[in-house]
Design a protein around this ligand. Structure first.
Ligand code: DHB
Length: 391
């Protein structure tokens, strides 16, 4: 009898305990460790992505699937060892359940082993080197890949009178990806490379490189530079008189970054690029996004980095709805694969094979619209895979 009562009470206590535990989990905040360069040469990337993440929370509320979302922001100032240390501390001490951000390729590389060891989902919102998602099975990238953004301009150029090209890229992962893709696709479509140069990532002086490109007399100069560097490239392109010599400027759209495009002035007009996002993208979703972003951040225009942050949060919210609030690594990644939604940039899909996104890439020309410079889209290559191929 006594034993029976004990059993009954025990079961009741257990059941109550389980109930309390699940409610407690639901009430526990879900912390996201957000690491980006917020100061230094690449601060514009961190500021753009952080602004988009903040806007997403303001518009969607900070509770999803019963979990309160808390974003812990860390500034790595583009130093990979700092990214790594913050990722470790955020996981071990702050108990974040998701890592996010990663403004440049070396920063994503530095954090990937931490995500793998802790089985923590890692949302790459900014960096663009092709191999990044291969660095950890817990990475999902909501940004872009350089081959994806480069192949379309490499196909477009030879069909539009650009037969001889000089390439100038920043000398690290995304620049090398962009150079390789451009050369392969451009040559396969009848183009000729008349010269090539790689520029250092840290505080480069573009003048001698741009002069060398001019001296080779190409039809166009192809440029990849990371976000924030475009104005310095454009200044040299103008000062060295390339446009006057009949040389066009082409590339993936990083060089005509919306964050600084308007400050580049007339020399930027006529630049043709291919990329996944323009603030001028004429969809209802994008118009609402740009208006809300600019209202929340006076004086700032959202750029292609910002949408990586916005869609990274969309991914987190939609996955948590599917997993009832669990960010457990394997569950999170399984739920994310194949997910598709309408972004300000157009429809995007998480490719189950690569954990990268398949997205439209647009061909754009810099034009003055209502007194301001924009990348005006005039052609769409739908559903481009991260390697630059289409379905
Ligand atoms: C990367 C950084 C950028 O600013 C950019 O425009 C593209 C790629 C990178 O480091 O991966």
């Amino acid at each position: 009898m006594i034993a029976r009562i004990f059993v009954r009470v025990g079961v009741a206590a257990l059941a109550l305990g389980a109930c309390v535990a699940s409610e407690a989990l639901a009430q526990q905040p879900l912390k996201i460790g957000f690491i980006e360069p917020m100061t230094g040469q690449f601060a514009s990337t961190g500021k753009q992505v952080a602004a988009a993440v903040k806007l997403y929370l303001a518009e969607h509320g900070d509770v999803v699937a019963g979990r309160k979302i808390e974003v812990l922001v860390r500034d790595d100032a583009n130093a990979p060892e700092t990214t790594k240390r913050y990722a470790q501390e955020l996981v071990a001490n702050d108990h974040v359940e998701i890592l996010a951000g990663f403004g440049l390729t070396p920063l994503a590389f530095a954090a990937a082993p931490i995500a793998t060891a802790a089985k923590t989902p890692m949302i790459v919102m900014s960096a663009g080197t092709f191999v990044i998602p291969q660095k950890s099975p817990y990475i999902i990238r909501t940004a872009f890949a350089l081959p994806q953004n480069t192949a379309p301009i490499a196909m477009w150029a030879p069909k539009h009178g650009i037969k001889k090209v000089y390439t100038m890229v920043t000398d690290y992962g995304p620049g090398i990806d962009s150079e390789t893709t451009f050369k392969n696709v451009f040559k396969a479509n009848g183009g000729e490379i008349v010269g090539e140069v790689r520029v250092p990532q840290q505080n480069p002086d573009y003048a001698p490189f741009v002069q060398r490109a001019k001296d080779a007399k190409p039809d166009a100069l192809f440029v990849f530079c990371p976000s924030g560097e475009g104005a310095a490239v454009m200044k040299q392109f103008a000062e060295r008189g390339l446009a006057k010599a009949g040389i066009k400027l082409i590339g993936p759209g990083d060089v005509t970054d919306d964050d600084i495009l308007d400050s580049m002035g007339d020399p930027a007009i006529g630049t043709i690029t291919s990329q996944h996002y323009s603030a001028d993208h004429p969809s209802a979703e994008n118009k609402a996004y740009v208006a809300a972003f600019e209202k929340a951040n006076p004086g700032m225009r959202p750029n292609f980095m910002s949408v990586g942050g916005w869609d990274g949060m969309e991914l987190v919210y939609e996955v948590l709805k599917k997993t009832n609030g669990s960010a457990e690594g394997d569950k999170f990644i399984a739920a994310a694969k194949g997910m598709s939604w309408m972004s300000p940039r157009g429809k995007i899909t998480v490719d189950p094979k690569t954990r990268d996104i398949i997205q439209n890439v647009y061909i754009r020309e810099v034009k003055r619209v209502n007194g301001h410079l924009f990348n005006v889209e005039f052609d769409t290559i739908p559903a481009v895979r991260p390697d630059g191929t289409t379905e």
